[in-house]
Write a new protein. Structure first.
Length: 277
């Protein structure tokens, strides 16, 4: 019970710090403005010109989330832990009866809660507007929001690993932007290049397996599978072979757990050697 209390104390402290940060609310408002623009103008801003149906709008919001949510999560966690070490707060916190693992888990939990609050504050108002104006399927929109939260958590876990590896908040932000560019833009372009280079002869299972190597594509695959209204012709996920639900969920879960586990191990190792920064 004491361990849970320690983790929650750290989480509340990080949550409070993150929610006082004006940057996260500025980005949240930008996401809200973009989603509301889609709600009022239809799917045209994301490439489906003249489509105003609920399905096309859901597909547009899904693709908007692919671009904005990873960037928000990556930049948000770019200085996690390392910033507190530079300011001397980490040494002070660990002087209390709190283990390094409890501190790490509590920090991630606080960041994840802050990210979830920001995303809910961005997407829920849009869902309310859409339910009143376009008659979208509320259940499917709610499911899409859950998937968006999962996408954000995966990239937040990646941001913690980037932060520990970078050892500096500025380098962490720069590295996070590069990871975002690769995951959101370069990876799919590379897959398109492979398709063109091999004349479309890549076996469907192999192509699908390659898509599982990118959390944004895993998110699209799950959305296209579970949110039927979002199955508009947008993205490479539409040409991927179908996967069992357990495979897709396991892949998304792995994209959250594996980077977090790696960053935790690296954090403990460098903390023991006093080489965090």
């Amino acid at each position: 019970m004491k361990r849970v209390d320690a983790v929650w104390s750290i989480a509340r402290k990080e949550l409070s710090d993150r929610l006082r940060n004006q940057w996260i609310w500025t980005v949240s408002l930008l996401v809200l403005a973009a989603t509301l623009a889609i709600a009022f103008l239809g799917a045209a801003p994301v490439g489906v010109v003249g489509a105003h149906g609920g399905g096309a709008i859901l597909a547009s919001i899904m693709n908007l989330a692919v671009y904005l949510v990873p960037l928000l999560a990556l930049v948000m966690g770019a200085g996690a832990i390392i910033d507190e070490k530079r300011r001397g707060l980490l040494d002070l916190i660990l002087a209390y009866p709190i283990s390094s693992s409890e501190y790490f888990l509590g920090t991630f939990l606080g960041y994840a809660l802050a990210l979830a609050i920001a995303l809910v504050a961005s997407f829920v108002p849009t869902g309310v507007v859409l339910s009143m104006t376009t008659g979208i399927n509320v259940f499917q929109y709610s499911l899409l929001l859950v998937l968006i939260l999962g996408l954000g958590t995966s990239f937040l876990a990646l941001s913690f690993l980037i932060s520990i590896l970078s050892r500096d908040p500025a380098r962490g932000i720069a590295s996070s932007v590069l990871v975002w560019i690769f995951a959101v833009l370069v990876f799919d372009l590379g897959l398109v290049g492979l398709l063109v280079g091999f004349g479309g002869q890549i076996p469907a299972p192999a192509f699908g397996a390659m898509m599982l190597l990118n959390p944004t594509d895993v998110f699209r695959l799950i959305a296209f599978t579970w949110v039927g209204s979002a199955s508009s012709p947008l993205g490479l996920a539409t040409v991927s072979p179908p996967f069992p639900a357990v495979v897709l969920v396991s892949a998304m879960t792995a994209w959250a757990i594996v980077p977090l586990w790696l960053s935790h191990r690296l954090f403990q190792k460098r903390l023991a050697l006093d080489r965090l920064i």
